[in-house]
Structure formats: structure tokens, C-alpha cells
Design a protein around this ligand. Structure first.
Ligand code: HEC
Length: 149
């Protein structure tokens, strides 16, 4: 029995070590400036900008601020999957290239997602506590998003 346990734990440990070597390409553009960025399309107040950049841009832009534990597998693969899916739906860096209709749909969608606490993704916030939106931040964001200028 003991031997089986040892072999099992040994195998699990080995697999965990081996998968660390699989590190997909990072979502990074070395801090490029985009004329089509969301923050160029409106006069975004500083507090709103900061909340968006902290809590949304990691998945919804071409540049993720990774933290050290993002590099640990299998979390890494999961984060990268979130980023790819998120950018397909909404990339703040490409906001200016979207049609008016798409922008309007996304603004409404953002408000709903934020108010329902569906964004940032709960499982992500569970680990990245600093990305969690406080009730005040939710108010600041949604109030501005309801009437962006
Ligand atoms: C951990 C990554 C992650 C973070 C952080 C994140 N999102 Fe998302 N977001 C996603 C993914 C993935 C999707 C794609 C749909 C899904 O899986 O729910 C998505 C979808 C969306 C959509 C739906 C787009 C549509 O077509 O209707 C909106 C709006 C959105 N996110 C807004 C936000 C806002 C606003 C923030 C910050 C408050 C945020 N997201 C933070 C990953 C993220």
C-alpha cells in the first residue's frame, strides 16, 4: 500500500514538474500606445481609466501584467485561454476600429457584466484579489459607462 502511494505521488509530482516547461507565448506588446485605444475615444476620467486598466486590460488588451503565479502551470494555460477568448469579444486597444453599433452593444454588455459581478471573471478574481472591484469601483465604472463622453 505504502509503495503504491509513493509511486502515485511520485508520478503526480513528475507530471507537475514536466508541465512547467510548457509556457505558451505571452500576451505582451511591450507597452505600445494605440490611437484606437478605448481611452483615446473618450475623455476617460483618471479613476475610471485606472480601474479598467487594472481589472480589465489584463484579458481585454494586447498587454497583460502578469504576476509570478501566472507562470505556474496549469494556471498559465488557463489564463492564456481566458485572454484569447476575452480579446476575441472585446479588445480595448482596438476600440476605435469597432463600428458604432458594436461599441454601443459592448458598452451595455460591460455595464451588465460588471453589475452582475461576472467581470472580471470570478475564478480569476478569487486568485488575483487585487483585481477585484469594490462596490465603490463598480459604481464609478458603471455610472461613467452609462454616459461616456
Ligand atoms: C481573467 C480574464 C478577464 C478579465 C480580467 C476580464 N474579462 Fe471580460 N471576458 C473574459 C472572457 C474570457 C470573455 C469571453 C466570454 C466569457 O467567457 O464569458 C469576456 C467577455 C467580456 C464581455 C462580453 C463581450 C460581449 O461580446 O458581450 C464584456 C463586456 C467584458 N468581458 C467586460 C469586461 C470588463 C469591463 C472587465 C473589467 C471590469 C473584464 N471584462 C475583465 C475575460 C476577462
Amino acid at each position: 500500500m505504502r509503495k503504491i502511494l509513493k509511486v502515485t505521488f511520485g508520478t503526480i509530482l513528475l507530471v507537475l514538474i514536466i508541465i512547467q516547461f510548457y509556457q505558451p507565448e505571452r500576451n505582451s506588446d511591450s507597452g505600445k500606445n494605440y490611437t484606437s485605444d478605448f481611452t483615446s475615444s473618450y475623455k476617460v476620467p483618471e479613476d475610471v481609466k485606472e480601474i479598467l486598466q487594472t481589472s480589465c486590460y489584463d484579458c481585454h488588451s494586447n498587454n497583460t501584467n502578469y504576476v509570478w503565479y501566472d507562470y505556474i502551470q496549469p494556471a498559465r494555460t488557463l489564463v492564456e485561454k481566458h485572454i484569447n477568448n476575452a480579446k476575441k469579444e472585446l479588445n480595448f486597444n482596438e476600440w476605435g476600429t469597432y463600428s458604432n453599433r458594436k461599441q454601443e452593444r459592448l458598452l451595455t454588455s460591460m455595464i451588465t457584466q460588471i453589475e452582475n459581478k461576472e467581470m472580471p471573471i470570478p475564478s480569476y478574481v478569487f486568485i488575483h484579489r487585487e483585481k477585484k472591484l469594490s462596490d465603490i469601483q463598480i459604481k464609478v465604472l458603471t455610472n461613467w459607462l452609462k454616459n461616456p463622453e
